[in-house]
Structures are given as structure tokens and as C-alpha cells.
Design a protein around this ligand. Structure first.
Ligand SMILES: *Cc1c(COP(=O)(O)O)cnc(C)c1O
Length: 236
């Protein structure tokens, strides 16, 4: 077994155990976060049964997409600049990081030009940390109503990140609030459309699943530490 295979097995077991503790009995999709890791690592987890990958930067996603010869669902989850939206719409299956009304409108515009309806998640900054991107939680109703009026985006759910804290238990209130907001978000869209609650990363995915996450985004626990100095540019 390779190192990645071993780590992936451990992550899958931890996901299964957390699901068993969750009162929501939800299915959980694993997004393997491949940013700053080579294409070969992505290919390996796809061979091992992973169906979705996540990247933070449009250019890295495009680059890997052009070289990968295997089917996969591409998630884009990093803060998006307006001038990258056109490329993001062309390359991403699900844009998880809709963190402002301005970006929402730009995605709608570019998707319209491309003749596409873009699946998105609304990202909320639930902990209110100034270092984090995301719509303010108070704007949930406004953002949902706005998104519902844009014909070229389809809101599939909500994404959030918990604060980085020493005691992972401190993330629980954030995930719980996200779950409550997700239930409200559902009421704005046709039944069944809002099905994704994307929360939980390496340090906190088990808590997120216990609080109802249907999608976890895990990088380090599968691939090890990222090497930011490998010539692929700055991180976000
Ligand atoms: C990098 C990143 C992840 C994965 O983080 P790990 O701690 O390596 O699991 C998940 N979500 C987002 C938005 C990220 O930027």
C-alpha cells in the first residue's frame, strides 16, 4: 500500500465512524483537496475510488484539468476574483466559494454567455473572522433571494470554514449554525435542489459530519503537508 492509499483508508474509516455518530443519517461525499499536490497524487486517489477533487486556484484547476485523462467532478473552493470568473465557469463543475453578491452576479453573467447554468454553493463567514471570506450570516435571506433571481446559477447548498482553534470542539457551534442556515436556504429553492452542506477539513471533518455535513473537503489528511514552494504560485 502506498502512503496515500493508507491515509485515504484511515480518512474513509474516520468518515464512516463519524457518520455513525451523526443523528442526521446523511450521505457524505469526500472531496479530495489536491491544491499544491501533483497530478499523479490526484490520479492515485481517483484510481482508489474518489470521485471529486477540490482546487483553490482557477489556473491550477485548469492546468490539471487539461492534463487529467480520467473523469472527475471539479470543485473550485478558493476565493474568486472577478477577472477569473469566466475561466472558473468554463472549468469548474461546482464553485463552492460564492462569497459576495458581486461574484454571484458575475458568475451568472459569464455562465449566461457560455450557455451554461453554473452549480454553486454560497459561502458564509459564520465565525465572523475578519481573515475569512464569505457572505455575512445576516445576509442569508437577501443572498438567497438574490441568487434565486439569477437564471444562470443554481444554488446547490452552503459552504463554510470553521475557525482554526486548538480544541476542535469549539468548531461545533459554527457547524451547527451552518446547518440551521442550510435548512433556511432550502426554503428559497425548489425541493431537492439544495442538497450540499460542505463543511469540515482535515482538522475538523468529524465534528462537521456529526453536525450534518454532506460534503467534507480533505487535503492534508490524505496527501500530507502541502509544499507551497513548489513553484505553483501563492496560496490564498
Ligand atoms: C485547503 C482547503 C481545504 C483542505 O484543507 P486541509 O486542512 O488540507 O484538509 C478545504 N477547504 C478549503 C476551502 C481549503 O482552502
Amino acid at each position: 500500500m502506498s502512503a496515500i492509499e493508507e491515509k485515504l483508508e484511515v480518512v474513509k474509516k474516520r468518515i464512516a465512524a463519524a457518520k455513525a455518530r451523526s443523528p442526521y443519517r446523511q450521505d457524505v461525499t469526500l472531496v479530495a483537496v489536491t491544491k499544491f499536490h501533483p497530478l499523479e497524487d490526484m490520479e492515485e486517489v481517483l484510481r482508489l475510488g474518489v470521485k471529486e477533487v477540490g482546487e483553490n486556484r482557477v489556473q491550477e484547476l485548469e492546468d490539471k484539468r487539461s492534463r487529467l485523462k480520467m473523469p472527475v467532478v471539479w470543485n473550485l473552493q478558493g476565493h474568486l476574483q472577478k477577472n477569473k470568473v469566466k475561466k472558473a465557469v468554463a472549468a469548474a463543475d461546482l464553485i463552492q466559494s460564492v462569497d459576495s453578491v458581486e461574484i454571484m452576479e458575475e458568475i451568472d453573467k459569464r455562465a449566461g454567455q457560455a450557455g451554461k447554468v453554473q452549480d454553486v454553493l454560497l459561502e458564509f463567514n459564520i465565525s465572523g473572522e475578519t481573515s475569512k471570506y464569505g457572505l455575512p450570516p445576516e445576509s442569508l435571506d437577501e443572498a438567497a433571494a438574490k441568487a434565486g433571481m439569477l437564471p444562470h446559477i443554481r444554488v446547490k447548498g452552503l459552504m463554510c470554514m470553521a475557525p482554526m482553534v486548538e480544541d476542535v470542539e469549539m468548531t461545533r457551534p459554527v457547524f451547527r449554525r451552518a446547518h440551521e442556515m442550510w435548512e433556511v436556504l432550502k426554503t428559497y429553492f425548489p425541493k431537492g435542489q439544495v442538497s450540499v452542506l460542505s463543511m469540515g477539513m482535515t482538522r475538523d471533518f468529524e465534528t462537521a459530519i456529526e453536525e450534518g455535513a454532506t460534503m467534507v473537503r480533505v487535503g492534508t489528511a490524505i496527501f500530507g503537508e502541502r509544499n507551497y514552494a513548489n513553484g505553483k504560485g501563492e496560496t490564498k
